[in-house]
Design a protein around this ligand. Sequence first.
Ligand code: IPD
Length: 278
Amino acid sequence: MNSVAVQPKASRMSEAELDRRADVCRQLLLSSGNMAMQGYSQIDAAQPVEMKGPQDFLTETDGKVEHHIRTTLAAVFPEDGFLGEETGGSGGSDRMWVVDPIDGTANFMRGIPHFCVSIAFVQDGRSEIGGIANPAIGEVYFARRGHGATRNGAAIRVSRTQAFDRASVEFGWSPRIPNRDYLDKVALVWSLGANVRRSGSGALGLAYVADGRSDAYAELHINAWDCLAGLLLVEEAGGRVNRFLDGGGMAKGNPVLAAAPGVAARLSQVIGVPLDDE
Ligand code: IPD
């Protein structure tokens, strides 16, 4: 009888393998946060700021932190793939680390302490681990799928807000989307009665939804490194999110929406970004 060799798909990781990755992710958030603070403390003297495009900044620290994370992960988990904001992708796609070394670079280079390191681990198209560190104020957010979300080790939950006249929605902006489209959507959210803010870090914007500090975060286009860790935080903190990775989100980005359950459905309808379970 002829037999057909079937190539086995890489098996799902054991809990122990995920635990190891979670530990390394936590350590990297701390070491990378320290490295980011070194750059931040020398911001006037030593930080050359290059432009990758309009309103898109690159400091020396972005490159140093990404190099640190990338080389550490390659040494400890050589079988895992990597996608970073500054150096792009390499390696397999079924097990991937997705990293933004400094999210909120425009804040970082102006001396505004609202920036972070964001690290996600994705297996078979699903985020399993997400960590975000804001070293300037000593906050570390962490989530593991099925294990909840924390800030500095304490459990966090999304807000219970139901009414838009008390809701605070962060609406991210970038030059990747025409300003007219951005303004039209923001006007719709304002018309619901919400307070609309923008703080310049998509990753922290999402962490703040998980933490109940904001009721929602939306952006019409964002990249995977800016949002995957934050989206897992929101899910694990009881919020609702869109299916960001559908339709090639990992490679080319997508719209993002993450919200507390009390405001999610209406917001999704108004800005036209469907939620995960719709
Ligand atoms: C940007 C920030 C910003 C968001 C943009 C991102 P960067 O990332 O997260 O808040 O609105 O979409 O590109 O350039 O600071 O890493």
